[in-house]
Every structure is written in structure tokens, then in C-alpha cells.
Design a protein around this ligand. Sequence first.
Ligand code: SAH
Ligand code: SF4
Ligand code: F3S
Length: 461
Amino acid sequence: MQAGPARAGAKPLIEGVADMSAPRKLFIRTYGCQMNVYDSERMAEALGEQGYEQVDSPEGADMILLNTCHIREKAAEKVYSELGRFRGLKEAKPDLKIGVAGCVAQAEGEEIMRRAPLVDLVVGPQSYHRLPAMEARLREGGRAIDTDFPVEDKFTGLPPRPRASRGPTAFLTVQEGCDKFCAFCVVPYTRGAEASRPPERILAEARDLVARGVREITLLGQNVNAYHGAGEGGDWSLARLIRALAGVDGLERIRYTTSHPNDMSDDLIAAHGECDKLMPYLHLPVQSGSDRILKRMNRSHSAESYLRLIERIRAARPDILISGDFIVGFPEESDADFRATLDLVEAVGYGQAYSFCYSPRPGTPAAERAQVDPAVAAERLQRLQALLGQQQKRAQDRMVGQEVGVLFEKPGREAGQMVGKSDHLHAVHVNGGGVGPGVLARVRIVASGANSLAGEVIAAE
Ligand code: SAH
Ligand code: SF4
Ligand code: F3S
């Protein structure tokens, strides 16, 4: 993603630095979830106010920021190998500043600077509004570290989004943090306690995005359906927020992610049946199909209650595509427990899913327990992914012959091809049809490929 060019007349924070007219170059690499993608955009905007312009490659950059993920060991370790690769760049250009943001920054703090002395800045996800001040400290030759959970809202402190135009889809964080403490998960530690942004700020940001060309917004939160922003008349639920957003002219599609089964309220389920702009796709992680394991995971729902919930959601919106997350090889998981996960998958019929081998995370309760043999876990993952892959393909194949809505985003690989996403979040490509990025069209699906659908435009707006 490209931030807009530095604004003309942006006031440099530090006076007396040589050539302030040439924009400084900022390279950001983003790992992890959609919220990191959103945060990276906001950090680029905040540093844009400081005279930085975002670039696509680390070579020649004045500042490199890694926005990191701590969810599994592999994700966290990637950061250090990546930092190692920047050593040459720093030697060639000693005033290059290197920063680590995101969940590894929060979890490891100062330790990062010990392990990787080339790092000048460490900033946790709740402190991004302090980034401009931290950057100023770096320019004075210091290092900066901030992993507080400040009382002020980071989004209030960040500058308003500049009005540069952008693509047709956008993320918008409405809720952050988590109080659920699943026994495997670092998020409550890295993102902090659950907090919701006020609805009027979200509505203002959505209107601004729409004015810049956005037609689809995905509302983000680690526990997005627990949203409870303080607004007019008291706390708003996610359903109320969605209904209000549906009233924003020019906003055509609304999605939200990620939800916890226990927070799937009646009004949110009803919204899926009543609100045309709310897309028929729901990411609802279950993690395991074994009640014994769910209990040990501290998930506070059972396989049965999850299945009943899916039934109620499908009663409200029969064509909804269900997506999920699974962990295999959680401590003490037996063959019978794993069998129960396969049974649950069979019973639900997922249209899409993510699945992972359990990765012990420092400081989480499950990391201390008896671990499953990695070879057993790997074999289970393969079996689960084979089943989920079949289901995903079946859901995709079922679309052939159907007419769907597609929001086109960009040209495809072949000449004259355009690609976009269907209402059910399938990638769809068409040849011709006179549609460009940002066009919403009715499309007849004619073929189902490995990971995408082919269609023909019936009618574009
Ligand atoms: N509720 C969150 C979940 C974040 S983590 C959200 O909003 O996305 C995304 C997924 O990573 C989880 O649903 C879980 O399936 C997986 N995960 C989390 N911790 C893990 C661990 N220690 N090992 C393996 N997978 C993990
Ligand atoms: Fe992690 Fe569980 Fe919270 Fe999701 S609900 S972020 S898996 S602790
Ligand atoms: Fe990773 Fe943090 Fe997101 S750990 S998944 S970047 S909330």
C-alpha cells in the first residue's frame, strides 16, 4: 500500500536538518493479521506528516519499519532473519533508522535491541500515536522504545487520514484487544484489554474512506463481535454499528472479522438476514471439535453449541459462507479428540478455513503443558487440510452457474482481465465486460479453478 506523497508545506519536526524539502523514504513490511495492515497504513500516514513518503523497497530507504506478528513461533522468528538482512543496508547508510512495531515489539520489548543491536526503535501496537515524537528522538541520534498500554486512544492521537484517493476496499479497526485469554494465544498480552472505538469516529472515518473511493469496508477487531462503542443512547453493539454504516451513501459492502462464537448475539445474526450491505461471509473460529480440548483451551463454548450457532446463522442467511480457524496438536490432544475435530468440520461444511499446528508461546498457560509429538501434529494437520481443501473446492464449484455480485479491484494477470471479490469473498476474474477497478457488477460464474472463479459480466452499474 502506498501512502500519499508528503504534504506540501508539512512542517519538519526537527529544525536545522539539511535538505528537508526532499521527502524521506519510508519502507514498511507488514506481517500477521489485517489489523497490522490497517496499523501500517495509519503509521505511514502519521510519518507522512513528518515528511516521509512510502516506498516499495528497503534499498535507499531512510527508515525501515517491520510491523510484526507474534502469534506463532515461526512468525516471530522471521523478524530476526529479516533484520539480519538489513545489516548491509545499515552499514552502507549509517543514518538509516530501523524500527520494530507490532506484536513482537510488544512481547519482547527491549530484548529486540539486545538480540538485534541495529534496531533503533521499538513500538508496541498501542503506542503508534507517539511514533512522530519517537522518530524525532531518533533524528537527534537516540533510540526509542515504547511498549506502554497508555490510557489515551491511539487512533485519537493519530492525524486524520489524508484525503488521497485509494482503492475500492479498506480495513477499519473498530475494536482492539481481547479479554478471552484462550490458553494458546498471545493476543491478550500483545494487544491488551478489549477496547471499542466510539461509533461516531468510525462513521466519520468510513465517510472519509468512501469520499476517497472506497466502496467496501471490513470492520476489524480481535473480537470484533464483542464491539460495544460508547455512542448516542449508550453502548452500541456491532449490529447497530453495521446498520448505521449501511446508511452511509456510497458504501456498498460491509464485512467484519474476527468473531468469537460466544459473542455472536441475536441482533448480529438478525442483521445477516436483514442488512443487504452486510456480505454473506462469516469468519467464526472454533479451534477444535473436542469438548475436552475446548475446555483446556479456555474457549468457553462446546462443539455442540458452535454447531447450534451455525444453524441459527444459516437460518437467518441460508447462503452464508462459513470460514474458521483450527489448531491441531494442542497439548494432550488424542486421536479421538482430533477425530472430533474432523467430525465437526464434516458437520459444518466450511467454505474456507485456516489451520495451524499448535505453537507454544512464552507466557501462555498451554506452553507449560505436555506437548504432542510434532510428527503426529503435522500428520493431523495434513489430514485436516485435505478435508478443508475439499470443502473449500466444493463451495467454490457450487457457485458455477450462479449470478453473484463482484466488486472489481484490479487488472488480472492476462491482458484485458479484471479481478475482484464476490459477495462470498471468492476471487473472480472476467475477460472484458468493460469493468474497471471500483465497479460493482452482476456476474455469472462460468468456471471454478484452483483458487478462483471465472465469470462473465451480466450488468455493471
Ligand atoms: N480472535 C483472533 C484470533 C487471532 S489469532 C482474531 O481476531 O483473529 C488467529 C488464529 O491463529 C487463531 O484463531 C488460532 O487458530 C491461531 N493461533 C493462535 N495462537 C496460536 C498458537 N499458539 N499456535 C497455533 N495457532 C495459533
Ligand atoms: Fe486469542 Fe482467543 Fe482472544 Fe482470539 S479470542 S484473540 S484466539 S485469546
Ligand atoms: Fe499477529 Fe498480533 Fe495480529 S500476534 S495475528 S499481528 S494481533
